[in-house]
Design a protein around this ligand. Structure first.
Ligand SMILES: [Zn+2]
Length: 576
């Protein structure tokens, strides 16, 4: 069909881990450019997918086309505009098992199509057709409509790239949410896990449906935003993550996580998080992502809203669905608040900076990051809690603001600017925009305790029983090695850095991290023997008084009737 880009994928040789790709299109330009995306929306890191691409060739009328490489991700084809369709072939090495990369082996195939499909310049907004060659007995699961002939149809390149592909012999499970079709497919990396999982959680699909309905209710919608939704779950031994799409999500979860006391609850929260993204970020989208620039990093000052609000709500949604208790919610929220208040980087990087620097900081964290960075997921969730409780003081709520933004922007697919967020909060409570601006641009903490008191809760520190050094250590090939050194800490003052080998403290030979706390004497100079590269050094460590090791969220001593009422309204997400 003229104007359509045809994409054929060949997964029929999975043991090679090589995915064959063929692109065919008509009416090429004379100097036809094609390029491979550098990243995939939702995961803000330039991944250089092109490093997995090999054997690039282009043909027209049976002749090899001369090709010029313009940059590492782009090619220019010397095509004849009147010479008929152009065919491009190449292979993609699929050995990286994450939600935003490709993996193909004898057990299954998973493709993030940003890593696979070239953008044909001038044809990004043309329909794209997808066909697949699969090993015998395999099926492919793709969140795209089918044409009745075995092919899938995407309205344009962005639609295709937004459609992950899972393939294998796995079974699909269908269910409806408010009458809207949903499909669920799980790849159990260890086939024995399937029976184990379903035996432990026979009600799993009912629970998923309830979480989905809770998301719709929170958005004030009778049906989901998507009209046909696909869940893909990779259930591995270990792992945690998700990636959101318009009509699907890809989840990774570990069996070991599931075995933990809070493991099933955390899985429901992950499902709620990614499902809620079909509104917040996929359709209610920062203007900077409309349209997406696949070739370069885009500064998005409002990523905290996309991820922080969703992270705040993902803990509340299973509670709304009636699947978890208020006590569990307080435990999970307390853990997040604890992580936040124990993150020294929150006093260095503002929330807005964290959003803007996602590409080079959050996604490239190293051993020093904790001292200089704060996650926009984590602080974004803390600010969202404060926003919700502030709005509730004024008979409004965060959900009301999100629904308003959905009406003004999301449902029309109009991207929002940071100023639109400020205006939406200011319209609910005069003065809130200034307060939000302070929370975004400055590094001092919002008054969490004051807001929590509104709902009868308090965050209490739990003190460590040992002096504080500000370092963590780990065993590495038999050595005791410094893993982290907090800025302005006793360990930093002593002269330690990440990677140093610790040999002795206070006259004792060191072997294991557990030995250190018992040897520490607060406010006393203690000799420390260590090695860096090939040199031994004697340092002096002066640890300080014990610090909080965590914070716990619980009810205040005497909860008033007003606090109780405010807490119930908040937990049920009724307007304040
Ligand atoms: Zn997210």
């Amino acid at each position: 069909m003229t104007g359509m880009v045809q994409v054929q994928l060949d997964l029929s040789n999975p043991q090679s881990h090589l995915l064959g790709v063929q692109l065919r299109f008509e009416a090429p330009q004379r100097n036809q450019r094609v390029s491979l995306p550098g990243w995939t929306p939702g995961s803000y890191l330039i991944r250089d997918y092109v490093k997995q691409l090999e054997g690039f060739k282009a043909h027209q009328q049976g002749q090899v086309l001369p090709v010029t490489r313009i940059d590492p991700t782009s090619w220019c084809l010397d095509a004849d505009p009147d010479g008929g369709p152009v065919t491009i072939t190449y292979a993609v090495m699929a050995t990286e098992l994450t939600v935003r990369t490709c993996h193909l082996d004898q057990d299954h195939g998973f493709l993030a199509l940003a890593a696979v499909v070239l953008e044909v310049e001038g044809k990004r907004w043309q329909p794209h057709q997808l066909c697949c060659r699969l090993p015998k007995g395999w099926r492919a699961f793709v969140p795209l409509p089918q044409d009745g002939m075995g092919a899938w149809l995407a309205s344009d390149l962005d639609h295709l790239i937004d459609s992950p592909l899972e393939a294998g012999t796995h079974q699909e499970r269908s269910f409806a949410v408010q009458g809207v079709p949903h499909r669920w497919v799980t790849w159990f990396a260890d086939p024995a896990t399937e029976a184990w999982f379903l035996e432990r959680h026979p009600q799993f699909f009912d629970d998923v449906e309830r979480v989905c309905m809770a998301c719709c209710r929170l958005m004030g919608q009778s049906v989901p935003a998507s009209s046909d939704y696909l869940f893909i779950l990779h259930l591995l031994d270990e792992g945690y993550g998700g990636l959101e799409h318009d009509d699907s999500t890809v989840l990774v979860y570990g069996r070991r996580n599931l075995e933990a006391e809070n493991g099933y609850r955390k899985l429901l929260q992950l499902i709620a998080h990614e499902y809620f993204h079909q509104w917040n970020v996929r359709r209610l989208t920062p203007a900077e992502l409309r349209p997406v620039n696949y070739q370069r990093a885009t500064v998005i000052p409002t990523l905290w809203f996309a991820e922080g609000v969703t992270s705040y709500l993902d803990q509340l949604l299973p509670l709304q669905a009636g699947l978890t208790s208020a006590a569990d919610y307080f435990k999970d929220l307390g853990e997040d608040l604890s992580r936040y208040f124990l993150s020294p980087g929150r006093q260095v990087q503002s929330l807005r900076e964290s959003s803007e620097e996602a590409w080079v900081k959050l996604y490239k964290a190293d051993a020093y990051s904790a001292s200089s960075q704060i996650s926009y997921y984590l602080k974004g969730a803390v600010v969202s809690l404060c926003l919700d409780l502030h709005l509730r003081r004024h008979q409004s709520s965060l959900a009301k603001v999100i629904r308003g933004l959905w009406q003004s922007h999301g449902r029309h697919r109009r991207g929002y600017q940071e100023a639109d967020l400020f205006a939406a909060f200011e319209a609910e409570v005069p003065g809130l925009a200034a307060l939000l601006s302070h929370w975004l641009m400055d590094v001092d903490d919002p008054d969490c305790s004051g807001y929590l008191l509104d709902v009868g809760l308090a965050l209490e520190p739990e003190m460590s029983s040992h002096p504080w050094t500000g370092m963590t250590t780990r065993q590495d090939a038999g050595w005791l090695v410094v893993q982290r050194v907090q800025r302005h800490s006793p360990a930093e003052r002593a002269g330690l850095m990440v990677g140093d080998e610790l040999i002795g403290l206070a006259g004792q030979r060191l072997h294991k991290p557990e030995q250190i706390p018992a040897l520490l004497r607060a406010e006393q100079n203690q000799p420390l023997l260590m090695a860096r590269r090939s040199t031994l050094r004697e340092l002096t460590l002066c640890s300080s008084a014990p610090q909080p090791k965590r914070y716990v969220l619980g009810p205040v001593a005497a909860v008033t009737a007003a606090q109780q009422a405010a807490q119930e309204a908040w937990l049920q997400q009724r307007a304040g």
